[in-house]
Design a protein. Structure first.
Length: 71
């Protein structure tokens, strides 16, 4: 997984980052809210964790496609 922060903005006490993820050629752009972040490390951890979740979703979708074709 590779990611690039495209934009960042503040909405009251929430930092919103728009992140472009590249999962082996599958590119997703997602806005991620970070509620009351206390440090850059916390924001980066949120971005990495969200990327891992999105990657699992993509993988699960492929598995389901295979199951459907086998039914």
């Amino acid at each position: 997984m590779e990611y690039k922060i495209i934009s960042k903005r503040q909405d009251s006490d929430t930092l919103l980052t728009t992140v472009e993820y590249n999962f082996d050629g599958v590119v997703l752009t997602i806005e991620i809210p970070h509620f009351q972040p206390q440090a850059v490390k916390e924001v980066i951890t949120g971005i990495v964790n969200r990327g891992a979740s999105e990657e699992r979703k993509l993988h699960a979708a492929k598995i389901i496609e295979n199951i459907i074709s086998e039914l």
